[in-house]
Ligand binder design. Structure first.
Ligand SMILES: N[C@@H](CCC(=O)N[C@@H](CS)C(=O)NCC(=O)O)C(=O)O
Length: 210
């Protein structure tokens, strides 16, 4: 188990036949681990923000990109995907995510309640592991105007690809799988970026040119 896991988290994981992991950024379109089931849904009490810097996956030390983290906000909720990982896959999955999210990304993990989109109230809710980049981590960039975030994304790319891909694939997930969900922050950045992009890429699909 990663050193950052609390005893309560270790107990929950060791007693469970499977572990549910909630993704709300690149994990919604690129989990990178084996899972036995997945559910679209949300976690209450958090909003998704492009406030985490990234100098590895989607940026460089000279030109850090911006990726998402969660901000506690009791009036909001964040939509994404929960993945079920079966018992014998839990350890390798946690080792993989520890490197991808914590070592390379500065995220910590915690257990939060997740509600599948078809759940009725508390019935069907799940306890899921989520990775969050807190303001205390050295790569945290914090708030900025959405136009400035879009401009930073446009000029950033890293080992995993361009920062534009990261933003547009996340926005694409929300448009297709959570069409009724609001995410003003994400869609304002997407709108600012796609307003700037025709000047850079003409009318072609930005993802096609990356
Ligand atoms: N923890 C969030 C954000 C994950 C995220 O985007 N992490 C970055 C690390 S900085 C990543 O894995 N990037 C891989 C990529 O951009 O392809 C999630 O659940 O999706």
């Amino acid at each position: 188990m990663p050193d950052s896991f609390t005893p309560a988290m270790e107990e929950h994981i060791s007693l469970s036949k499977s572990l549910w992991i909630f993704g709300y950024g690149s994990l919604v379109w690129k989990p990178g681990f084996e899972f036995t089931a997945s559910k679209v849904g949300f976690i209450p009490g958090y909003s998704r923000k492009f406030w985490q810097g990234d100098s590895f996956h989607r940026g460089s030390p000279q030109t850090p990109g911006r990726v998402v983290t969660l901000q506690e906000d009791f009036e909001e909720c964040t939509w994404g995907v929960a993945y079920e990982v079966c018992a014998d896959q839990i350890e390798p999955t946690l080792e993989y995510l520890n490197v991808r999210e914590s070592v390379l990304g500065g995220y910590i993990s915690k257990l939060v309640k997740f509600y599948p989109q078809d759940s009725k109230g508390e019935d069907g809710s799940l306890l899921t592991l989520v990775y969050i980049a807190t303001p205390q981590n050295p790569s945290y960039l914090g708030p900025a105007p959405e136009e400035d975030i879009a401009a930073q994304i446009i000029v950033s790319s890293g080992r995993a690809g361009h920062n534009i891909e990261y933003l547009l694939r996340l926005a694409d997930f929300m448009h297709h799988y959570c069409p009724d969900a609001e995410d003003k922050h994400l869609f304002s950045i997407e709108e600012a970026l796609t307003t700037i992009l025709p000047c850079l890429y003409g009318d072609s699909d930005p993802l096609a040119v990356l």
